[in-house]
Design a protein around this ligand. Structure first.
Ligand SMILES: [Mg+2]
Length: 244
């Protein structure tokens, strides 16, 4: 390896929405801000998101709000809404139960990890900031098929994880990737060497249409981040307490 790269036996790739981040809660906070600050109603926004999700689509929040603001002819722009959304959410815990505990375990085990999230870049970054985890290395992608992304990192020997996902901002060589995500489609085409862990709702809630689908062989289903810890770090199960 050259001096500009690091190596690790295992690297963790964490999905953000509905995996470590509480996506519904982000929306609730945004709806409150929108209702308070604009002529767009909370109900209007909630219904638009619900109907996109029923169609199996990822809801483009910023685009929807910008269009709705333009249609109502108000002078309010997205930027001040975003600042208020971040400020309001930062006072709350916007992570899924046990997500913070997973970060602590990975840190104490010296396992490097980063967040790989699909969606509108500005909105994804706003949510990471709102969750107070902007310091965790992250990559926002417009490619929904994460299997394709992970295949692009595959080399004859292991994987090269891009610099954005590393605290040192250098490429990292790893033998194995552990990949957590809530959507079945995210695991399509994952290459050999990636251990897939599909995080279902931890509260026994039903899978959304966007989360459903067939999992490739070798991907393990777990209930919530607690289930992922039970599977991957069983030695910590007795000591973790959810502080969310
Ligand atoms: Mg997700």
């Amino acid at each position: 390896m050259d001096s500009n790269s690091f190596t690790a036996d295992t690297f963790f790739i964490l999905d953000f929405d509905r995996c470590i981040g509480n996506t519904d809660k982000f929306h609730t906070v945004l709806e409150e801000v929108i209702e308070r600050e604009t002529t767009v109603s909370q109900q209007q926004l909630a219904e638009a998101k619900k109907s996109a999700e029923t169609r199996g689509e990822t809801f483009d929040t910023i685009r929807y709000v910008k269009n709705a603001l333009a249609e109502t002819g108000g002078s309010m722009s997205w930027q001040p809404i975003e600042r208020q959304f971040i400020a309001q959410a930062q006072k709350l815990n916007m992570l899924q139960p046990y997500a913070r505990q997973l970060f602590h375990i990975l840190e104490s085990e010296n396992v490097p990890f980063g967040i790989l999230t699909y969606g509108n870049e500005a909105w994804q970054l706003a949510k990471l900031e709102a969750a107070n985890i902007l310091h965790i290395p992250h990559l926002v992608t417009g490619i929904e098929g994460k299997g394709k992304i992970l295949t692009g990192w595959k080399k004859p020997e292991g994987f090269i994880v891009p610099p954005a996902l590393n605290k040192e901002f250098v490429a990292l060589h790893t033998n194995e990737i552990v990949f957590l995500d809530d959507k079945a489609v995210s695991f399509n085409g994952i290459p050999e060497g990636v251990r897939g862990v599909r995080v279902e709702p931890g509260d026994g809630g039903e899978l959304l249409p966007i989360q459903r689908g067939e999992l490739p062989p070798g991907v393990t289903n777990v209930k919530g981040i607690y289930g992922a810890i039970e599977l991957l770090f069983p030695q910590y199960v007795d000591t973790i307490i959810d502080k969310t």
